[in-house]
Design a protein around this ligand. Structure first.
Ligand SMILES: Cc1cc2nc3c(=O)[nH]c(=O)nc-3n(C[C@H](O)[C@H](O)[C@H](O)COP(=O)(O)OP(=O)(O)OC[C@H]3O[C@@H](n4cnc5c(N)ncnc54)[C@H](O)[C@@H]3O)c2cc1C
Length: 451
Protein backbone atom coordinates (compact mmCIF):
# COMPACT_ATOMS: atom_id res chain seq x y z
CA UNK A 1 0.00 0.00 0.00
CA UNK A 2 1.34 3.44 -0.97
CA UNK A 3 2.07 5.79 1.94
CA UNK A 4 2.10 9.60 2.02
CA UNK A 5 3.14 11.99 4.79
CA UNK A 6 1.23 15.25 5.16
CA UNK A 7 2.97 18.08 7.02
CA UNK A 8 0.48 20.33 8.84
CA UNK A 9 -3.11 19.80 9.99
CA UNK A 10 -4.63 23.05 8.73
CA UNK A 11 -7.49 22.63 6.30
CA UNK A 12 -5.13 22.23 3.32
CA UNK A 13 -3.30 19.30 4.90
CA UNK A 14 -6.41 17.69 6.38
CA UNK A 15 -8.36 17.91 3.10
CA UNK A 16 -5.41 16.40 1.23
CA UNK A 17 -5.05 13.60 3.78
CA UNK A 18 -8.79 12.85 3.78
CA UNK A 19 -8.83 12.56 -0.03
CA UNK A 20 -5.74 10.33 -0.05
CA UNK A 21 -7.24 8.06 2.58
CA UNK A 22 -10.41 7.78 0.48
CA UNK A 23 -8.21 6.72 -2.43
CA UNK A 24 -6.79 3.90 -0.33
CA UNK A 25 -3.44 5.52 0.42
CA UNK A 26 -1.92 5.10 3.89
CA UNK A 27 -1.52 8.59 5.21
CA UNK A 28 0.08 10.16 8.27
CA UNK A 29 -0.57 13.80 9.16
CA UNK A 30 2.15 15.42 11.25
CA UNK A 31 0.98 18.48 13.19
CA UNK A 32 3.38 20.52 15.27
CA UNK A 33 0.78 21.99 17.65
CA UNK A 34 -1.61 20.20 19.98
CA UNK A 35 -4.72 20.83 17.86
CA UNK A 36 -6.04 20.59 14.31
CA UNK A 37 -7.32 23.50 12.22
CA UNK A 38 -4.30 25.82 11.97
CA UNK A 39 -5.75 29.30 11.35
CA UNK A 40 -9.27 28.09 12.12
CA UNK A 41 -10.00 28.48 15.82
CA UNK A 42 -13.45 28.60 17.43
CA UNK A 43 -14.09 29.30 21.09
CA UNK A 44 -17.48 28.31 22.54
CA UNK A 45 -18.20 29.81 25.94
CA UNK A 46 -21.06 31.42 27.90
CA UNK A 47 -23.46 30.96 24.99
CA UNK A 48 -21.09 32.64 22.49
CA UNK A 49 -19.58 30.99 19.42
CA UNK A 50 -16.49 33.05 18.68
CA UNK A 51 -14.40 32.43 15.58
CA UNK A 52 -10.92 33.81 16.25
CA UNK A 53 -9.57 33.11 12.76
CA UNK A 54 -11.68 33.02 9.61
CA UNK A 55 -15.38 33.71 10.16
CA UNK A 56 -16.88 32.48 6.92
CA UNK A 57 -16.22 30.52 3.76
CA UNK A 58 -17.29 32.23 0.54
CA UNK A 59 -19.25 30.55 -2.24
CA UNK A 60 -18.27 26.91 -1.67
CA UNK A 61 -17.59 25.16 -4.99
CA UNK A 62 -19.37 21.90 -5.89
CA UNK A 63 -16.24 20.00 -4.81
CA UNK A 64 -16.23 21.72 -1.40
CA UNK A 65 -19.97 21.00 -1.01
CA UNK A 66 -19.25 17.33 -1.80
CA UNK A 67 -16.57 17.33 0.89
CA UNK A 68 -19.08 18.70 3.43
CA UNK A 69 -21.50 15.92 2.43
CA UNK A 70 -18.87 13.21 2.79
CA UNK A 71 -18.05 14.54 6.25
CA UNK A 72 -21.72 14.53 7.28
CA UNK A 73 -21.56 18.29 7.86
CA UNK A 74 -24.41 19.33 5.57
CA UNK A 75 -27.00 19.56 8.35
CA UNK A 76 -24.67 21.77 10.37
CA UNK A 77 -24.07 24.26 7.55
CA UNK A 78 -25.36 27.76 8.21
CA UNK A 79 -25.75 30.46 5.55
CA UNK A 80 -25.16 34.14 6.08
CA UNK A 81 -28.25 36.19 6.83
CA UNK A 82 -29.58 38.26 3.93
CA UNK A 83 -28.62 41.42 5.86
CA UNK A 84 -24.97 40.45 5.53
CA UNK A 85 -25.10 41.51 1.88
CA UNK A 86 -24.63 45.06 3.09
CA UNK A 87 -21.09 46.12 3.85
CA UNK A 88 -19.96 49.36 5.39
CA UNK A 89 -16.85 51.46 4.87
CA UNK A 90 -15.74 54.23 7.22
CA UNK A 91 -15.70 57.69 5.64
CA UNK A 92 -15.12 60.89 7.63
CA UNK A 93 -15.68 58.97 10.85
CA UNK A 94 -19.06 57.50 9.83
CA UNK A 95 -20.20 54.17 8.40
CA UNK A 96 -21.28 54.45 4.77
CA UNK A 97 -22.85 51.52 2.90
CA UNK A 98 -20.76 50.17 0.03
CA UNK A 99 -22.79 50.76 -3.15
CA UNK A 100 -23.90 47.45 -4.69
CA UNK A 101 -25.44 48.69 -7.97
CA UNK A 102 -24.99 51.55 -10.47
CA UNK A 103 -27.96 53.54 -9.04
CA UNK A 104 -26.50 53.18 -5.51
CA UNK A 105 -23.15 54.32 -6.88
CA UNK A 106 -24.73 57.49 -8.25
CA UNK A 107 -26.08 58.53 -4.88
CA UNK A 108 -23.48 57.14 -2.46
CA UNK A 109 -21.69 59.37 0.05
CA UNK A 110 -18.73 57.01 -0.04
CA UNK A 111 -17.19 58.67 -3.10
CA UNK A 112 -16.91 62.25 -4.36
CA UNK A 113 -18.25 63.19 -7.79
CA UNK A 114 -14.81 62.94 -9.37
CA UNK A 115 -14.35 59.41 -8.00
CA UNK A 116 -17.82 58.46 -9.32
CA UNK A 117 -16.78 59.79 -12.73
CA UNK A 118 -13.64 57.66 -12.54
CA UNK A 119 -15.78 54.58 -11.83
CA UNK A 120 -18.26 55.24 -14.65
CA UNK A 121 -15.38 56.08 -17.01
CA UNK A 122 -13.33 52.98 -16.15
CA UNK A 123 -14.63 50.92 -19.13
CA UNK A 124 -12.97 53.46 -21.40
CA UNK A 125 -9.52 53.02 -19.86
CA UNK A 126 -7.21 50.95 -22.02
CA UNK A 127 -5.81 47.67 -20.66
CA UNK A 128 -2.28 47.88 -19.30
CA UNK A 129 0.75 46.05 -20.61
CA UNK A 130 0.27 42.46 -19.40
CA UNK A 131 4.06 41.95 -19.18
CA UNK A 132 4.40 44.60 -16.48
CA UNK A 133 3.61 43.39 -12.98
CA UNK A 134 1.57 45.96 -11.09
CA UNK A 135 0.73 46.41 -7.45
CA UNK A 136 -2.96 46.56 -6.50
CA UNK A 137 -2.39 50.26 -5.79
CA UNK A 138 -0.95 51.03 -9.24
CA UNK A 139 -3.67 48.99 -10.96
CA UNK A 140 -6.54 50.75 -9.17
CA UNK A 141 -5.02 54.20 -9.62
CA UNK A 142 -4.53 53.49 -13.34
CA UNK A 143 -8.06 52.21 -13.94
CA UNK A 144 -9.87 54.46 -11.41
CA UNK A 145 -8.20 57.07 -9.22
CA UNK A 146 -6.53 57.63 -5.85
CA UNK A 147 -9.83 58.06 -4.02
CA UNK A 148 -11.21 54.72 -5.24
CA UNK A 149 -7.95 53.17 -4.08
CA UNK A 150 -8.22 54.86 -0.66
CA UNK A 151 -11.90 54.15 -0.01
CA UNK A 152 -12.58 50.86 -1.82
CA UNK A 153 -9.42 48.89 -2.66
CA UNK A 154 -7.45 49.77 0.47
CA UNK A 155 -10.12 48.59 2.97
CA UNK A 156 -10.94 45.57 0.78
CA UNK A 157 -7.28 44.46 0.82
CA UNK A 158 -7.15 45.03 4.59
CA UNK A 159 -10.18 42.73 4.89
CA UNK A 160 -8.69 39.85 2.91
CA UNK A 161 -4.93 40.08 3.48
CA UNK A 162 -4.55 42.55 6.34
CA UNK A 163 -2.26 43.90 3.66
CA UNK A 164 -1.12 47.03 1.85
CA UNK A 165 -2.30 47.54 -1.76
CA UNK A 166 1.01 49.22 -2.66
CA UNK A 167 2.88 46.02 -1.79
CA UNK A 168 0.53 43.34 -3.09
CA UNK A 169 0.70 42.09 -6.66
CA UNK A 170 -2.63 42.47 -8.45
CA UNK A 171 -1.86 39.41 -10.58
CA UNK A 172 -1.25 37.07 -7.66
CA UNK A 173 -3.24 38.62 -4.79
CA UNK A 174 -6.39 39.45 -6.78
CA UNK A 175 -6.11 37.24 -9.85
CA UNK A 176 -9.80 37.55 -10.73
CA UNK A 177 -9.65 41.33 -10.77
CA UNK A 178 -6.52 41.15 -12.88
CA UNK A 179 -8.19 38.69 -15.29
CA UNK A 180 -11.29 40.89 -15.71
CA UNK A 181 -9.23 43.63 -17.33
CA UNK A 182 -8.02 41.06 -19.87
CA UNK A 183 -11.35 39.26 -20.43
CA UNK A 184 -13.78 42.22 -20.42
CA UNK A 185 -11.48 45.18 -20.97
CA UNK A 186 -13.01 46.63 -17.81
CA UNK A 187 -13.44 45.66 -14.19
CA UNK A 188 -16.71 47.58 -13.79
CA UNK A 189 -18.31 46.17 -16.95
CA UNK A 190 -17.53 42.65 -15.77
CA UNK A 191 -18.77 43.25 -12.22
CA UNK A 192 -22.08 44.65 -13.48
CA UNK A 193 -22.58 41.54 -15.64
CA UNK A 194 -21.87 39.18 -12.73
CA UNK A 195 -24.67 37.98 -10.52
CA UNK A 196 -24.01 38.42 -6.80
CA UNK A 197 -20.87 37.33 -4.98
CA UNK A 198 -22.02 33.88 -3.84
CA UNK A 199 -23.19 32.80 -0.43
CA UNK A 200 -21.09 32.91 2.71
CA UNK A 201 -21.34 29.83 4.89
CA UNK A 202 -20.12 28.48 8.20
CA UNK A 203 -21.26 25.79 10.66
CA UNK A 204 -23.61 25.91 13.63
CA UNK A 205 -20.78 25.57 16.14
CA UNK A 206 -18.28 27.65 14.17
CA UNK A 207 -15.72 26.91 11.47
CA UNK A 208 -13.74 24.60 13.77
CA UNK A 209 -16.36 21.95 12.90
CA UNK A 210 -14.64 21.48 9.54
CA UNK A 211 -11.12 20.50 10.69
CA UNK A 212 -12.62 18.56 13.59
CA UNK A 213 -14.76 16.48 11.20
CA UNK A 214 -11.78 15.86 8.89
CA UNK A 215 -9.64 14.81 11.86
CA UNK A 216 -12.39 12.47 13.13
CA UNK A 217 -12.42 10.69 9.77
CA UNK A 218 -8.63 10.46 9.75
CA UNK A 219 -8.52 9.05 13.30
CA UNK A 220 -5.10 7.87 14.41
CA UNK A 221 -3.55 9.03 11.12
CA UNK A 222 -3.28 12.50 12.70
CA UNK A 223 -0.31 12.89 15.03
CA UNK A 224 -0.46 16.01 17.19
CA UNK A 225 2.60 17.54 18.84
CA UNK A 226 4.73 16.17 15.99
CA UNK A 227 6.66 19.01 14.31
CA UNK A 228 8.38 17.79 11.15
CA UNK A 229 12.10 18.59 11.24
CA UNK A 230 13.44 16.57 8.30
CA UNK A 231 12.33 15.84 4.73
CA UNK A 232 14.88 13.81 2.81
CA UNK A 233 14.59 12.15 -0.57
CA UNK A 234 16.51 8.91 -1.04
CA UNK A 235 16.52 5.98 -3.46
CA UNK A 236 13.72 4.23 -1.54
CA UNK A 237 11.49 7.27 -1.11
CA UNK A 238 10.97 10.09 1.35
CA UNK A 239 12.27 10.01 4.90
CA UNK A 240 10.21 12.14 7.25
CA UNK A 241 11.60 12.97 10.65
CA UNK A 242 9.58 14.66 13.38
CA UNK A 243 10.32 15.56 16.99
CA UNK A 244 9.35 12.76 19.39
CA UNK A 245 8.83 10.32 16.46
CA UNK A 246 10.99 7.69 14.78
CA UNK A 247 11.81 8.63 11.16
CA UNK A 248 9.60 6.87 8.62
CA UNK A 249 9.75 6.20 4.90
CA UNK A 250 6.99 7.37 2.51
CA UNK A 251 6.27 7.34 -1.22
CA UNK A 252 5.22 10.98 -1.19
CA UNK A 253 5.09 14.14 0.92
CA UNK A 254 2.50 16.91 0.91
CA UNK A 255 3.94 19.99 2.57
CA UNK A 256 0.92 21.87 3.98
CA UNK A 257 2.60 23.88 6.74
CA UNK A 258 2.81 27.69 6.33
CA UNK A 259 5.65 28.98 4.16
CA UNK A 260 7.33 30.72 7.12
CA UNK A 261 7.72 27.33 8.86
CA UNK A 262 9.98 25.96 6.14
CA UNK A 263 13.01 27.32 8.00
CA UNK A 264 12.38 24.80 10.80
CA UNK A 265 12.83 21.83 8.48
CA UNK A 266 16.04 20.20 7.26
CA UNK A 267 15.44 19.85 3.50
CA UNK A 268 17.42 17.02 1.92
CA UNK A 269 16.34 17.09 -1.71
CA UNK A 270 17.28 18.80 -4.97
CA UNK A 271 16.36 22.48 -4.81
CA UNK A 272 15.93 22.44 -1.01
CA UNK A 273 17.90 25.67 -0.69
CA UNK A 274 15.65 27.42 -3.22
CA UNK A 275 12.57 26.22 -1.33
CA UNK A 276 13.98 27.86 1.78
CA UNK A 277 13.36 31.26 0.15
CA UNK A 278 9.62 30.65 0.71
CA UNK A 279 10.28 31.49 4.36
CA UNK A 280 10.80 35.11 3.27
CA UNK A 281 7.13 35.50 2.24
CA UNK A 282 5.91 38.20 4.61
CA UNK A 283 3.22 37.15 7.13
CA UNK A 284 2.18 40.18 9.24
CA UNK A 285 0.66 39.72 12.70
CA UNK A 286 -3.11 40.05 13.19
CA UNK A 287 -4.98 40.23 16.50
CA UNK A 288 -8.60 39.13 16.64
CA UNK A 289 -10.70 40.49 19.49
CA UNK A 290 -14.22 39.09 19.86
CA UNK A 291 -16.47 41.13 22.13
CA UNK A 292 -20.03 40.45 23.32
CA UNK A 293 -22.48 43.16 24.41
CA UNK A 294 -26.08 43.39 25.53
CA UNK A 295 -27.92 44.42 22.38
CA UNK A 296 -29.05 47.70 23.93
CA UNK A 297 -25.39 48.71 24.48
CA UNK A 298 -25.00 49.13 20.70
CA UNK A 299 -27.02 51.88 19.02
CA UNK A 300 -26.14 50.92 15.42
CA UNK A 301 -28.69 48.54 13.79
CA UNK A 302 -25.83 46.12 12.91
CA UNK A 303 -27.63 45.49 9.63
CA UNK A 304 -24.73 44.15 7.60
CA UNK A 305 -21.65 41.96 7.36
CA UNK A 306 -19.60 44.57 9.18
CA UNK A 307 -17.33 47.47 8.30
CA UNK A 308 -13.83 48.04 6.94
CA UNK A 309 -11.62 51.03 7.64
CA UNK A 310 -9.57 52.78 4.94
CA UNK A 311 -6.05 53.53 6.14
CA UNK A 312 -6.56 57.25 5.51
CA UNK A 313 -9.25 57.27 8.22
CA UNK A 314 -6.55 56.48 10.83
CA UNK A 315 -8.56 54.07 12.98
CA UNK A 316 -7.16 51.30 15.19
CA UNK A 317 -9.30 48.50 13.73
CA UNK A 318 -8.78 47.11 10.24
CA UNK A 319 -12.39 46.05 10.25
CA UNK A 320 -15.17 44.62 12.39
CA UNK A 321 -17.54 41.78 11.57
CA UNK A 322 -21.09 41.91 12.95
CA UNK A 323 -20.75 38.20 13.73
CA UNK A 324 -24.15 37.70 15.36
CA UNK A 325 -25.85 39.32 12.36
CA UNK A 326 -23.80 37.29 9.91
CA UNK A 327 -24.76 33.88 11.37
CA UNK A 328 -27.50 32.90 13.79
CA UNK A 329 -26.51 31.44 17.13
CA UNK A 330 -23.28 33.38 17.65
CA UNK A 331 -24.46 35.20 20.81
CA UNK A 332 -26.92 34.42 23.63
CA UNK A 333 -30.46 35.82 23.44
CA UNK A 334 -30.50 39.61 23.73
CA UNK A 335 -26.75 39.93 23.07
CA UNK A 336 -24.59 40.60 20.03
CA UNK A 337 -21.05 39.72 18.97
CA UNK A 338 -18.54 42.01 17.26
CA UNK A 339 -15.27 40.61 15.91
CA UNK A 340 -12.52 43.21 15.53
CA UNK A 341 -9.28 42.76 13.59
CA UNK A 342 -6.16 44.80 14.42
CA UNK A 343 -2.58 44.88 13.16
CA UNK A 344 -1.67 43.63 9.71
CA UNK A 345 0.87 45.39 7.53
CA UNK A 346 -0.77 48.68 8.52
CA UNK A 347 -0.15 48.51 12.25
CA UNK A 348 1.78 45.40 13.37
CA UNK A 349 2.67 46.99 16.74
CA UNK A 350 -0.96 47.14 17.79
CA UNK A 351 -1.50 43.40 17.18
CA UNK A 352 1.48 42.75 19.46
CA UNK A 353 0.36 45.20 22.19
CA UNK A 354 -1.05 44.02 25.53
CA UNK A 355 -4.69 43.00 25.66
CA UNK A 356 -5.85 45.97 27.74
CA UNK A 357 -4.36 48.41 25.21
CA UNK A 358 -5.95 46.56 22.31
CA UNK A 359 -9.34 46.39 24.04
CA UNK A 360 -9.27 50.10 24.88
CA UNK A 361 -8.35 51.07 21.29
CA UNK A 362 -11.03 48.79 19.82
CA UNK A 363 -13.66 50.10 22.26
CA UNK A 364 -12.77 53.67 21.24
CA UNK A 365 -13.49 52.81 17.60
CA UNK A 366 -16.65 50.86 18.45
CA UNK A 367 -17.93 53.74 20.56
CA UNK A 368 -17.34 56.31 17.83
CA UNK A 369 -18.54 54.23 14.88
CA UNK A 370 -21.28 51.96 16.28
CA UNK A 371 -22.38 53.84 19.37
CA UNK A 372 -21.16 51.04 21.67
CA UNK A 373 -21.57 52.02 25.30
CA UNK A 374 -20.13 50.35 28.40
CA UNK A 375 -18.07 47.27 29.12
CA UNK A 376 -18.32 44.07 27.06
CA UNK A 377 -20.10 41.11 28.63
CA UNK A 378 -17.80 38.70 26.79
CA UNK A 379 -14.21 39.01 25.59
CA UNK A 380 -11.75 36.68 23.94
CA UNK A 381 -8.60 37.40 21.95
CA UNK A 382 -6.14 35.57 19.76
CA UNK A 383 -2.87 36.83 18.31
CA UNK A 384 -1.75 35.29 15.02
CA UNK A 385 1.94 36.28 15.05
CA UNK A 386 2.30 35.31 11.37
CA UNK A 387 -1.22 35.50 10.04
CA UNK A 388 -1.67 35.73 6.29
CA UNK A 389 0.89 35.35 3.47
CA UNK A 390 1.31 38.52 1.43
CA UNK A 391 1.34 37.88 -2.31
CA UNK A 392 3.76 40.71 -2.93
CA UNK A 393 5.18 41.91 -6.23
CA UNK A 394 7.12 39.06 -7.86
CA UNK A 395 5.31 36.41 -5.81
CA UNK A 396 5.56 34.55 -9.12
CA UNK A 397 9.16 33.60 -8.38
CA UNK A 398 7.98 31.59 -5.35
CA UNK A 399 5.38 29.83 -7.48
CA UNK A 400 8.06 29.07 -10.10
CA UNK A 401 10.31 27.65 -7.39
CA UNK A 402 7.58 25.32 -6.15
CA UNK A 403 6.73 24.17 -9.69
CA UNK A 404 10.39 23.55 -10.50
CA UNK A 405 11.22 21.73 -7.24
CA UNK A 406 8.11 19.54 -7.61
CA UNK A 407 9.21 18.62 -11.13
CA UNK A 408 12.64 17.63 -9.91
CA UNK A 409 11.31 15.69 -6.91
CA UNK A 410 8.41 13.47 -7.91
CA UNK A 411 6.20 12.78 -4.91
CA UNK A 412 6.68 16.18 -3.29
CA UNK A 413 3.83 18.73 -3.36
CA UNK A 414 3.39 22.15 -1.73
CA UNK A 415 -0.11 23.27 -0.77
CA UNK A 416 -1.67 25.91 1.42
CA UNK A 417 -2.48 29.56 1.75
CA UNK A 418 0.84 30.73 0.25
CA UNK A 419 0.30 29.07 -3.13
CA UNK A 420 -3.05 29.47 -4.92
CA UNK A 421 -5.09 31.87 -2.80
CA UNK A 422 -5.62 32.49 0.91
CA UNK A 423 -9.41 32.00 1.04
CA UNK A 424 -10.60 28.81 2.71
CA UNK A 425 -12.34 27.56 -0.44
CA UNK A 426 -9.11 27.97 -2.42
CA UNK A 427 -7.00 26.33 0.26
CA UNK A 428 -9.37 23.35 0.50
CA UNK A 429 -9.40 22.97 -3.27
CA UNK A 430 -5.59 23.08 -3.46
CA UNK A 431 -5.37 20.37 -0.76
CA UNK A 432 -7.79 18.09 -2.54
CA UNK A 433 -6.18 18.62 -5.95
CA UNK A 434 -2.74 17.85 -4.53
CA UNK A 435 -4.11 14.61 -3.11
CA UNK A 436 -5.67 13.58 -6.43
CA UNK A 437 -2.41 14.27 -8.26
CA UNK A 438 -0.39 12.36 -5.67
CA UNK A 439 -2.81 9.40 -5.69
CA UNK A 440 -2.72 9.26 -9.48
CA UNK A 441 1.06 9.26 -9.47
CA UNK A 442 1.09 6.41 -7.00
CA UNK A 443 -1.54 4.53 -9.01
CA UNK A 444 -3.88 4.45 -6.01
CA UNK A 445 -7.66 3.82 -5.98
CA UNK A 446 -10.44 5.44 -7.96
CA UNK A 447 -10.77 9.17 -8.53
CA UNK A 448 -13.66 10.69 -6.56
CA UNK A 449 -16.85 11.11 -8.63
CA UNK A 450 -17.27 14.71 -9.73
CA UNK A 451 -20.16 16.43 -7.94
C1 LIG B 1 -7.27 36.11 11.35
C2 LIG B 1 -7.58 35.42 10.05
C3 LIG B 1 -8.82 35.62 9.45
C4 LIG B 1 -9.13 34.97 8.26
N1 LIG B 1 -10.38 35.13 7.71
C5 LIG B 1 -10.75 34.38 6.65
C6 LIG B 1 -12.12 34.34 6.22
O1 LIG B 1 -13.01 34.94 6.82
N2 LIG B 1 -12.42 33.58 5.13
C7 LIG B 1 -11.47 32.85 4.48
O2 LIG B 1 -11.80 32.18 3.48
N3 LIG B 1 -10.17 32.83 4.89
C8 LIG B 1 -9.80 33.56 5.96
N4 LIG B 1 -8.50 33.51 6.43
C9 LIG B 1 -7.51 32.71 5.68
C10 LIG B 1 -7.60 31.20 5.97
O3 LIG B 1 -8.05 30.98 7.27
C11 LIG B 1 -6.23 30.56 5.80
O4 LIG B 1 -5.66 30.94 4.56
C12 LIG B 1 -6.29 29.03 5.86
O5 LIG B 1 -6.98 28.61 7.02
C13 LIG B 1 -4.88 28.47 5.82
O6 LIG B 1 -4.92 27.08 5.85
P1 LIG B 1 -3.61 26.20 5.66
O7 LIG B 1 -4.02 24.79 5.84
O8 LIG B 1 -2.94 26.58 4.40
O9 LIG B 1 -2.59 26.69 6.79
P2 LIG B 1 -2.74 26.76 8.38
O10 LIG B 1 -4.15 26.90 8.78
O11 LIG B 1 -1.77 27.77 8.80
O12 LIG B 1 -2.25 25.31 8.87
C14 LIG B 1 -0.91 24.90 8.82
C15 LIG B 1 -0.62 23.92 9.95
O13 LIG B 1 0.74 23.46 9.85
C16 LIG B 1 1.25 23.31 11.15
N5 LIG B 1 2.73 23.29 11.10
C17 LIG B 1 3.60 24.32 10.98
N6 LIG B 1 4.88 23.87 10.94
C18 LIG B 1 4.82 22.52 11.02
C19 LIG B 1 5.79 21.51 11.03
N7 LIG B 1 7.12 21.77 10.92
N8 LIG B 1 5.39 20.21 11.19
C20 LIG B 1 4.08 19.92 11.29
N9 LIG B 1 3.09 20.87 11.28
C21 LIG B 1 3.46 22.14 11.13
C22 LIG B 1 0.67 24.50 11.90
O14 LIG B 1 0.68 24.30 13.30
C23 LIG B 1 -0.76 24.55 11.34
O15 LIG B 1 -1.65 23.78 12.11
C24 LIG B 1 -8.17 34.12 7.64
C25 LIG B 1 -6.91 33.91 8.23
C26 LIG B 1 -6.62 34.54 9.44
C27 LIG B 1 -5.29 34.30 10.11
Amino acid sequence: MAAVAVVGAGVAGLAAAFRLQRRGVRVVVYESSGRVGGSILTERRDGYVADLGPNSLAAPSPAVRTLFQELGLEDNLVSASSQARHRYIVRKGKLVALPMSPPELLTTRLLSNSAKLAVFGEPLVEAGDSRVEESVGTFVRRRFNQEVLDYVANPFVAGIFAGDPEQLSVRYALPRLHALERSHGSVIKALVQMKGGGALVSFRSGLQELPDALARELGSAVRLGAPVTLLRRGPKGWTVGAAFQASELYDGVIFAAPAHCIDDVDLGFEGGERVRTLASIHHPPVGVLVLGFRREQVSHPLDGFGFLTPEVERRSVLGVIFSSTLFAGRAPQGHCTLTAFVGGVRNPDLANADLNTITARVLDDLGALLGVDGEPTFRTFHLWPKAIPQYALSHGRFKDTMDEVERRNPGLTFVGAYRDGVALGEVLASGEEAAERTAERLGAGERAEPA
